[in-house]
Write a protein that binds this ligand. Structure first.
Ligand SMILES: Cc1ncc(COP(=O)(O)O)c(C=O)c1O
Length: 367
């Protein structure tokens, strides 16, 4: 077997022991006599998978008992609209957004379809190199919520604190969920596409506080005919994520990834490794003037490390030669260019060391 060092931004590397478990379960799951994709979502064995996925996520993230956990489809991109519809839809209420990159900007665009949504901070003028302080956020007094993106996958910035504001906090944690402990209870809604730190694409974890649940019910009541069933958090809550057929394989894979995370020692242990991985790579990037880090130091992401080389030609050569050396998916997002190494939970220190070794040699040859 020749698996590469995979720095993909998502779908991304998964832990090898989990892949082996999935491989086996595809053919034969437990004592069902069938594969995991071949059994009913209403069967007892699958219900146990779903319950275990929820229980593990609750333990890992210290989710308060009165919050609900959902596993939905449609990706984080559907949540951009769905959360706004549920939280703002009843009377065109207002919400504020911290625009720290492409995904935050898309979330804001979708909310504008529903209500009075605006930017509480816009980072475009600083090319999304840094994040705002709390003092820089202009949150309106009547805003229903403030939305922010904890980790900016494309520009490589990450909040290393939870913003302190006086309105409910909504977070897109797609690219750093379960990479470190967070103050879950400080948020009213958290969502994340699974395909970076939690499993395969096609499952989205959504966590709702009691306020978010009741606001959603209020919206459904206020709208003539209610909310569309598939876009109604209340319907998903009442049916424990099974109003329709969920992504059974995706939820199973997510459950196995969460079991692996617990086996690693949970999120504090992941934080220690993730910090170490990022520090090693940033130390190399800062070592000489050859590499040009994209993000300001204080706001650098531990998950997506983005940098540039002196010319685009060198960047293309870097990506090509790295790939030939077994270091894959290092090309920056198509909208941002440059180089990006994604270091999610399943990417080990060995991958970072291999990358740093390659970078030293590349600089010797091209610097
Ligand atoms: C921070 C963030 N939010 C949202 C998305 C969109 O996710 P999805 O493809 O699941 O809709 C991405 C995708 O990379 C992302 O990185």
């Amino acid at each position: 077997m020749s698996r590469c060092h995979n720095f993909s931004a998502g779908p991304a590397a998964l832990p090898l022991p989990v892949l082996h478990e999935l491989q086996a379960a595809l053919v034969e799951f437990g004592d069902t006599g069938a594969g995991i994709m071949e059994i009913s979502h209403r069967s007892k064995p699958f219900e146990a998978v779903l319950a275990s996925a929820e229980a593990r996520l609750r333990r890992l993230m210290a989710i308060p008992d009165d919050y609900v956990v959902l596993f939905l489809q449609g990706g984080a991109s559907l949540q951009f609209y769905m959360l706004a519809l549920n939280l703002l839809g009843d009377e065109g209420a207002a919400a504020d957004y911290v625009v720290t990159g492409t995904w935050a900007s898309k979330a804001l665009q979708e909310a504008r379809r529903v209500g009075d949504a605006r930017a509480a901070w816009e980072g475009k003028a600083v090319e999304y190199r840094r994040l705002p302080t709390d003092q820089e956020l202009t949150v309106r007094e009547g805003a229903r919520y403030l939305h922010y993106t904890t980790n900016n996958t494309i520009y490589g910035t990450q909040f290393h604190r939870t913003p302190k504001v006086s309105v409910p906090l909504v977070a897109d944690m797609s690219s750093d969920i379960c990479s470190r402990p967070v103050d879950t209870a400080a948020h009213d809604l958290i969502y994340a596409g699974a395909q970076k730190n939690l499993g395969p694409s096609g499952v989205t974890a959504v966590i709702l506080s009691p306020w978010a649940q009741s606001q959603s019910r209020q919206t459904a009541k206020a709208l003539p005919g209610g909310l569309p069933a598939m876009l109604d958090y209340g319907v998903a809550v009442d049916n424990t994520s099974m109003y329709n057929t969920p992504n059974t394989f995706g939820i199973f894979a997510l459950e196995r990834v969460l079991a692996w995370l617990e086996g690693q020692g949970g999120l504090s242990a992941m934080e220690a490794v993730n910090r170490q991985k990022a520090e090693r790579l940033y130390a190399e990037i800062d070592r000489s003037g050859f590499w040009r880090p994209r993000a300001d130091k204080a706001d650098r992401s531990w998950m997506n490390v983005a940098w540039r080389l002196p010319t685009e030609e060198l960047e293309a050569r870097f990506v090509k030669e790295a790939s030939a050396a077994g270091l894959k998916e290092l090309k920056g997002h198509r909208s941002a260019g440059g180089i990006r190494a994604s270091l999610y939970n399943a990417t080990g220190l060995d991958a970072v060391d291999a990358l740093v070794g390659f970078m030293r040699e590349f600089e010797r040859n091209n610097g």
